[in-house]
Structures are given as structure tokens and as C-alpha cells.
Design a protein around this ligand. Structure first.
Ligand code: MN3
Length: 197
């Protein structure tokens, strides 16, 4: 198996003005591409080169001597999932997902507020996720490259809160970026499809 940069599931200018082409060219074309290139380089001629990204994430998590591989594999997985969590056309939350969200958080608006607060409160670089566990849905944040798939949690939706995700468009206003994510950009239909499985 070789690791490749996935195409964006939309045109690079399709999310403007909420997320600009400049941001996506940099984020997908430079940052994500860099994680993939490093992962290829670091696993070359090792048994990990034939594993899936998920397998590498789980096999290297928490191992000090494999931290670099973990970071690049997890960032490759996280970014691939992030592109799937974005949509150019504003979506309503499908009923099956809205029901599960309401059960966990009261209602969709309360969930959105808590998701924005959680992402804004993640100190430094990281990610804010909606995950599905045995007891229903929850919001989790992870620092740097850390990812729910290393912790047996099933992600439904993610927003990247590294500065490179929003600084070009929002400067230091991370809460504004997160609010636009939940109100305009979030791919609720993708999240609902995952929930149904
Ligand atoms: Mn990123």
C-alpha cells in the first residue's frame, strides 16, 4: 500500500467566502501533502509501508520511538476525514442525526454552541470532533495529531483548529471560524451516513 494525497471532494474555490481557495491550496496542497510525503518517507522499506493508515495510527500510538510516524499517519487520516466533513452547499442536519444529537445534547443549536466552545477551548493546535460511542454521541477534542481512532472512538465529524486551518481567513478569531463551520460548512449528511452504519 502506498499513501497518497486524496483529491478534495469539492473545487478549491467552492467553500469561499467561508473558507478561501488560498486557505485550501495551503492546507490541502502544502500541509496535508507534507504529512503524506513524510509518512511515505518514514515507513519506506519497513513493515508499516504495507499497512493501512488506520493500522499505523493504532500500532504507533503512545510509542516514543514511533512518534514521528504516528504524527504523520494521524495527520494524514485526520485531514482526509476533515475534507469529508466539509461541504460547499449548506446542509440541514438529517433527522436521524438530529435525533441522536438531541438525545445527547438537548437540541442541535445547543450542540453547535458546545462544539464551538470545545474547539475554541482547545489550547494550541488540535481538533474538535463529534464521536459516536457505546453511550451515544459526544464532543471530544484532541491535541496536535491525536485522533479518536487511536482511542476506539468512532468519528462522525471533525473541525481542524490548527491555526493553518483558519488564520488566512479569520486571523486569530478561531470562534468565528468554528461558528461558520457549524452553520455553513459542516457535512451533516456525511456524518449521518456514518451514524447509520
Ligand atoms: Mn490541518
Amino acid at each position: 500500500m502506498s499513501f497518497t494525497l486524496p483529491e478534495l471532494p469539492f473545487a478549491a474555490d467552492a467553500l469561499a467566502p467561508h473558507m478561501s481557495k488560498d486557505t485550501l491550496d495551503l492546507h490541502h496542497g502544502k500541509h496535508h501533502r507534507g504529512y503524506v510525503a513524510k509518512l511515505v518517507d518514514m515507513t519506506k522499506d519497513t513493515p508499516l509501508a504495507s499497512k493501512s493508515v488506520e493500522e499505523i495510527v493504532r500500532a504507533t500510538y503512545g510509542k516514543d520511538d514511533q512518534k514521528g510516524i504516528f504524527n504523520n499517519a494521524a495527520q494524514h487520516w485526520n485531514h482526509s476525514f476533515f475534507w469529508q466533513s466539509l461541504t460547499p452547499k449548506k446542509q440541514e442536519v438529517p433527522k436521524v442525526l438530529a435525533d441522536a444529537i438531541s438525545k445527547a445534547f438537548g437540541d442541535v443549536e445547543t450542540f453547535k454552541t458546545k462544539f464551538v466552545e470545545a474547539g475554541a477551548g482547545q489550547f494550541g493546535s488540535g481538533w474538535v470532533w463529534l464521536v459516536q460511542g457505546k453511550d451515544g454521541l459526544s464532543i471530544v477534542t484532541t491535541g496536535n495529531a491525536d485522533t479518536p481512532i487511536a482511542h476506539d472512538q468512532k468519528p462522525l465529524l471533525v473541525c481542524d483548529v490548527w491555526e493553518h486551518a483558519y488564520y488566512v481567513d479569520y486571523q486569530n478569531r478561531r470562534p468565528d471560524y468554528l461558528k461558520v463551520f457549524v452553520d455553513q460548512l459542516a457535512n451533516w449528511e456525511h456524518a449521518a451516513e456514518l451514524l447509520a452504519k
